[in-house]
Ligand binder design. Structure first.
Ligand SMILES: C[S@@+](CC[C@H](N)C(=O)[O-])C[C@H]1O[C@@H](n2cnc3c(N)ncnc32)[C@H](O)[C@@H]1O
Length: 232
């Protein structure tokens, strides 16, 4: 399975495992902080395989079954079984968000002795680059939104969310992401927050711990640097 420089191979496997588990839950998938779109492509391929009606496949499409990038998380694997019944009327889409202007400015919650990386404007890619990558992958199930998270409004988000990958690195970005996604999360849905307990990005843990104090219905499980938040 290929990975990218933002998420480890172990984390990618966990993301795909939980994304696979939520295939039968009502709602779309979201990724807040898509950067170059590497994880987005994997999630898009996963959805395309399980909801084939959403993709106009061609022989070169990477969304065809037996895509090595998906490792065990594909239709040919016995763990995944048959395509998901389209019980929610429309097949799932993946909505991805980024400023496409890099990171915003850190706040005091983000200060860390572990490094001076992650300054404002770092991790800048263009929306065009990401759209080109999605087209090259043959995917037609990804909606790309360019915005600062705190400028997103109701119309920018799916009304129901089954799976969310929140990867905005900084306290304010994760706090806003949790605030946007949690009210739309289906009862059995899952939110994954990256960089939990990552000493270089303490703002992620601050935002998650604060959210848990304010939302006791959610419970926390930690795997690698992923905080997995769910109500069950
Ligand atoms: C670590 S990267 C995301 C990596 C990506 N999830 C992946 O798996 O490859 C963080 C991204 O979040 C974006 N970002 C962070 N805070 C943001 C905010 N408040 N609004 C919009 N984008 C933000 C940055 O521009 C950057 O591209």
């Amino acid at each position: 399975m290929s990975t990218n420089d933002q998420v480890t191979t172990e984390e990618t496997q966990i993301i795909l495992e939980l994304a696979t588990k939520t295939l039968t839950i009502e709602g779309d998938y979201v990724e807040l902080g898509c950067y170059r779109g590497d994880t987005s492509i994997l999630l898009g391929k996963l959805l395309a395989q399980h909801f084939p009606a959403t993709t106009r496949s061609s022989p070169s499409d990477s969304s065809n079954p037996s895509d090595p990038e998906l490792g065990n998380y594909q239709l040919s694997s016995s763990s995944c079984g048959k395509p998901v019944e389209n019980q929610w009327k429309t097949a799932k889409k993946l909505w991805i968000y980024d400023s496409f202007a890099g990171l915003p400015t850190k706040t005091s919650e983000d200060s860390s002795g572990a490094g001076q990386n992650f300054q404002a404007g770092e991790l800048l890619v263009t929306k065009r680059e990401v759209i080109t990558k999605i087209k090259k992958a043959g995917l037609h199930n990804i909606i790309v939104k360019k915005a600062w998270f705190n400028e997103l409004t109701d119309k920018d988000l799916p009304s129901k969310i089954a799976f969310a990958f929140l990867d905005g690195d900084l306290y304010g970005s994760i706090k806003t992401s949790l605030h946007l996604v949690s009210p739309r999360l289906s009862p059995q849905g899952v939110m994954l927050v990256h960089d939990y307990n990552n000493p270089e990005l303490p703002g992620s843990s601050h935002a998650v711990d604060e959210f848990l104090r304010q939302n006791p219905a959610f419970r926390l499980q930690v795997r690698a640097t992923l905080a997995i938040l769910s109500r069950s």
